[in-house]
Design a protein around this ligand. Structure first.
Ligand code: 0L1
Ligand code: MG
Length: 262
């Protein structure tokens, strides 16, 4: 850790204010080039605490930067994790107020709900498959608080991995009914196909992403409790959206999820 408690608190306030005021900031490593991974997650956790202290509920966890395409798109090399808030949750078919965001993008994903505790180190895909209660199609809304989505890995971790919202489909399937790596996803914007993908884009298997999450949390002495909702990571690249856009994602075997930005 290179930053003092005071600086962590100041940076948490600074980054969270960018979210709350919908005003982009420059990446924080410009001013703190020596900050390390621990500092970055400490800022993210301080933001999480600020929200919880104001009554926000943590609705789940997310993995980000889980595909090689996405890592290349963003010029970074490692997956990251963040948290999901109660106020970021939207139902299938929701009308979403675009003014809630700075420059939103969407990513096609699958989400899972666990029914057993997952604990690393050494958490593997087998433990995860045995702990997934059900799978749902979901779209993540990301909205980097940094100008033009220009950041490095430490800045984006501090910014809760750009998490801004998530829309869950109305269908769920048991894990044993699905083959997640070959599960196909078609993402449409205003009736046109803009992205295609398969579950294998997420670290080879979305369950591998959950195992990685358990192992990353273990480094902090944490675990994934039973009953945790997890966005496993982008199957598609991120697509920019604006007011007036209609989005629909068709997900093989688990139905669709849609939303309209108003
Ligand atoms: O969920 C994601 O993969 C996004 C991680 C953060 C990077 C970005 O803002 O695109
Ligand atoms: Mg995502």
């Amino acid at each position: 850790m290179t930053l003092s408690k005071e600086v962590i608190a100041q940076l948490a306030e600074h980054v969270e204010n960018a979210e709350l005021n919908k005003k982009a900031i420059t990446k924080i490593t410009d001013d703190y080039p020596d900050m390390d991974w621990e500092d970055a997650y400490a800022i993210q956790y301080a933001i999480r605490k600020r929200k919880q202290d104001r009554g926000t509920l943590i609705a789940g966890l997310k993995m980000g930067l889980t595909s090689h395409a996405k890592m290349k798109q963003m010029g970074v090399e490692t997956p990251v994790f963040g948290f999901l808030t109660d106020y970021g949750s939207y139902a299938d078919g929701a009308e979403i107020d675009t003014s809630n965001f700075i420059h939103p993008r969407i990513e096609g994903e699958v989400a899972v709900m666990t029914n057993k505790t997952l604990k690393g180190p050494g958490c593997h895909i087998g433990s995860v498959l045995a702990a997934i209660d059900f799978v749902m199609p979901a779209i993540e809304i990301i909205d980097s608080r940094y100008e033009n989505f220009r950041f490095d890995l430490k800045s984006v971790i501090a910014d809760n991995t750009s998490a801004a919202g998530y829309v869950t489909g109305s269908n769920m399937k048991r894990i044993e009914e699905l083959d997640l790596p070959t599960l196909g996803v078609v993402l449409e914007k205003n009736g046109e196909i803009v992205e295609l993908g398969a579950g294998a884009a997420v670290l080879g298997h979305p369950a591998a992403s959950v195992a990685m999450l358990a192992n990353m949390l273990a480094e902090r002495g944490e675990e994934i409790s039973a009953g945790t909702f997890i966005m496993t990571g982008g199957i598609t690249a991120a697509v920019a959206v604006e007011k007036g856009d209609n989005i629909n994602m068709r997900c093989q075997d688990i139905g669709s999820v849609s939303m309209r930005f108003v």
